[in-house]
Design a protein around this ligand. Structure first.
Ligand code: ADP
Ligand code: MG
Length: 475
């Protein structure tokens, strides 16, 4: 009798397949991979957190029955989420994930939390003789350039990424800093570069790590008194990818060590790739000397994808999943989810799933239902365009007037208010706000924010404007 993770999972799948719709099976079960079987505990890898939540919500009972048939009453299921900053790194989600364990009736034995014992980035510091150690790159094979569709919103960043992967360390894009809002593809693009480099230069050591994980490792290293080993480990990397460097804000010890590693790599012609949710000018509590390093290479922004790009992202996703949908539905989804590619994908997955559960056709009205839920759930971010329009309407002027170069006081005030609210209600950088509101620079936006703050505490009329507009914009 030879039971492996795969054999157990294959049997579970047979059972699942007999009990659900084919399309749901294809969408939710085919992408799962069995990873490991230890005693009564089966670890499976799922492509995203959304996926995990979906399985938990809809299939936990079915999975439990299937797994118990194979492994008996003590069977446990452990999910590994293969994506983003959880990739090769399991701790941050352990608390966040609402585990069905909380509900004693439906879950006694199905462990649905992410297990800390799952293989992680091998603790590098205890391995001597570093030169011969094969370092696992921690790259997600799905995040390729091929799957990262090009559009105006990402052309610069994507092409800079390609240039870097053609000649790692050999372009002026060192470091390459990719920045932009949540869900716009920073992590995906960073992985693509790593994957491409590994293909072209198999002998180079590539490492992807989140700044958060880097920080944890550093703290561990300090505790164990091996700061030098830590530094040494990172100094032998050829291509270092650090995701979400904004996480280093205010952490001066980690910044300090990163500064040393960075300098060493840079001096030796090694490539550094960073991502951040902010432009360098907007990064706070990052030491100046480190910040200046970030500015040495190229900062490339990922902006919100335009409509065409959103449509092609959706089509590509559907194509890869082998699902078809009417153009009308795709258009509808693309028109209504604008600021976040992750949500765009999430909505389409829900749509496929809904249709298959209820054996409904994927119609516009189903799309509306789902998009509405999505948009509601994810606290809509107002756009800078909408803010400018609202402020202009309030002062009964045209948007073009608000954006114009005039110094007339009431127009200047309206413009400053628009900037102030853009800073307050969107995640856009000062520079990006400035460029969208009349092509001003980031200093002007900063000044506007300060002026509005000052005026609203000294000028009663002005405070009324701020309150009125704040109300209009926050619904
Ligand atoms: P971020 O790190 O900026 O928050 P991610 O890289 O995690 O965003 O991207 C969120 C999701 O959107 C991922 O599933 C990613 O594959 C997808 N995505 C983002 N941009 C694109 C694109 N241009 N083409 C295809 N998929 C994209
Ligand atoms: Mg990310």
């Amino acid at each position: 009798m030879n039971i492996t993770a795969n054999s157990v999972w294959t049997n579970c799948l047979k059972f699942v397949k007999d009990n659900i719709q084919p399309q749901a099976y294809k969408t939710w079960f085919e992408p799962i991979q069995a990873v490991k079987l230890t005693d009564k505990s089966l670890s499976v890898q799922v492509p995203s957190k959304f996926f995990y939540e979906w399985l938990e919500e809809h299939y936990v009972k079915l999975l439990k029955v299937a797994l118990r048939k194979e492994l008996g009453e003590d069977a446990k299921l452990v999910y590994i989420i293969k994506m983003e900053n959880t990739f090769g790194n399991t701790e941050p989600f352990t608390e966040k994930i609402p585990s069905s364990n909380n509900n004693p009736t439906n879950s006694q034995n199905v462990t649905t939390s992410i297990n800390k014992k799952i293989p992680q980035l091998r603790n590098p510091f205890i391995i001597p003789g570093i030169q011969n150690v094969k370092i696992e790159s921690q790259l997600n094979p799905n995040y390729t350039f091929e799957n990262f569709l090009e559009g105006d919103s990402n052309r610069l960043a994507r092409n800079a990424g390609i240039a870097v992967s053609n000649k790692p360390g050999g372009t002026s894009f060192n470091p390459l800093l990719i920045f932009g809002g949540v869900g716009l593809g920073k992590t995906h693009l960073a992985h693509s570069i790593g994957i491409d480099i590994k293909e072209k230069y198999p002998e180079r050591t590539v490492l992807y790590i989140t700044a958060e994980k880097f920080t944890q490792q550093y703290i561990e290293a300090i505790k164990k008194n091996n700061r030098n080993d830590f530094i040494h480990f990172y100094q032998i990397i050829d291509v270092l990818i650090v995701d979400d460097v904004q996480f280093l804000s205010g952490k001066s010890g980690t910044q300090d060590v990163f500064f040393h590693i960075f300098n060493h790599l840079h001096q030796n012609g090694k490539q550094v790739i960073l991502t951040s949710d902010k432009a360098p000018v907007d990064m706070q509590d990052i030491e100046l000397r480190l910040l200046s390093r970030f500015k040495w290479g190229l900062s490339a922004e990922l902006q919100n994808p335009d409509f065409e790009t959103r449509v092609s992202i959706l089509n590509n996703k559907l194509y890869r999943d082998g699902v078809t949908m009417s153009e009308e539905v795709i258009d509808y989804v693309a028109k209504n989810i604008k600021t976040n590619v992750r949500e765009l994908e999430g909505a389409i997955i829900s749509l496929i799933a809904q249709a298959s559960f209820n054996r409904k056709e994927i119609t516009i009205s189903l799309a509306k239902e789902i998009v509405e839920k999505f948009v509601k759930n994810t606290k809509r971010e107002v756009s800078i365009d909408y803010i400018q329009k609202t402020v202009s309407d309030y002062f009964q002027m045209e948007v073009s007037t608000l954006q114009s170069k005039t110094r007339k006081r009431h127009i200047v005030q309206a413009r400053q208010l628009a900037m102030f609210f853009a800073k307050k209600f969107t995640k856009a950088s000062l520079a990006s706000i400035g460029s969208q509101i009349g092509k001003r620079d980031h200093a002007t936006v900063l000044h506007a924010c300060k002026t509005v703050d000052n005026l609203s505490s000294t000028d009663k009329q002005f405070r009324k404007y701020v309150e009125d507009l704040g109300k209009k914009l926050s619904i």
